[in-house]
Design a protein around this ligand. Sequence first.
Ligand code: HAM
Length: 422
Amino acid sequence: MSKANLYKAPRGTFDILPGQSYKWQWITEKFREIASVFNYREIVTPIFEVVDLFERSVGSTTDIVEKEMYIFTDRKDRVFALRPEGTAPVVRSTIENHLQKDGNISKLFYLGPMFRYDRPQKGRYRQFYQYGIELIGSRHPYNDAEVIWFADMFVRNLGIKDFCLEINSIGCPKCSIEYDKVLVSFFSKYKPDLCPDCHNRIATNPKRLLDCKVSKCRTIAKDAPLILDYLDQECDYHFKNVCSYLDYLNIKYDINPFIVRGLDYYNRTAFEITDTSRKTQNALLGGGRYDGLFATLGGSDTPAIGFAGGFERLIGAMEQNNLCFGNEPAPDAYLIIIGDRAVPEGLKLIMELRDKGIKTEYNIEKNSLKAQMKAAANSKARYALMLGDDEIDTKTITIKDLDKGIQNTYPQEYLITFLIKS
Ligand code: HAM
């Protein structure tokens, strides 16, 4: 009788098991390749920060800060949060380490776990992994397009086809004064029909009324005034330029005036890429411009734009479309050691192969040829190498191609060349 599990991974978290971890590695490599092509450099920040950093940047009335942060007090009563997102920490680090020199552009990327306490479901976890980039130091609309280009190219390079890139401008604080007023007056008429969160949003965060997921609120929001009609001249000019640059780059996008993003630091360009084959938790990535965040966090006035996405959702989209994650790792060769005499010879041979970078496996505990052959097949090795008394006496090795079932004996000195060539 099997024992019941004493422990389980916490709700909303999961183990990345060996049969899955190569997929993560593959996507990470693809992300790093594109980051390198676009000349981004990696930044790694701690997974916890003082809680105030997120309250001031993400916004005290956002879902993330109001309901979703993992907050803890350390032994000296300092209050920290497990990071719910990566932008605020990157900005904090850029200011603290004087990474941004006037007139320069810093291009940074990051990868790592984020934490949000939300109701877990497929595609939504309490610990999830983000990849993200931040382009710091430019106000120019061509850099908005450059960041969106990166996002589009990354998703495309993974082979995902069912996706949609949507962009919007949410204007600047000046445009928001007028627009927020109009929104409040529009939604106030429907107050009794709005969900409790939207009730609060009327007073605290009117733009978030536009992207509420509750169907009653969505129906009402359909007729709401649109931000694009309230952009001031500069924001309008900026947005039109972003669209033109995307057009020059031949990047397909839709303008969606309901994209307002769930974090308060954004201004002007906001964008999302969604997986069109799914109805829920379908945001593959999202981002936007945040020109005011550096000043909010005590830095000098520094414009910036970036995006982040969740690995889990990319993997989900790729699995759904049977896309390839490269090959599941397997040994190049599995050495079958037959008889005691072959043990020291075999170990020497394995050392030589591994030194040459040839992935080699063996199992000295299994002593029958049959058991070792079975283990070689289970390991999905390309070749089984057999070493017994005959091979030792004649300085040969028997090589079986496990895909084709062909077996031949060769001089041992030829083995490395053979494995490297094939
Ligand atoms: P965000 O939209 O909150 O933006 O998150 C970005 C992406 O992270 C989402 O599109 C989704 O793919 C993934 N994600 C978010 N929450 C979860 C979750 N609970 N489980 C699984 N995946 C999730 C940000 O985080 C901004 N910092 C993006 C940014 C970077 N803006 C400018 N620079």
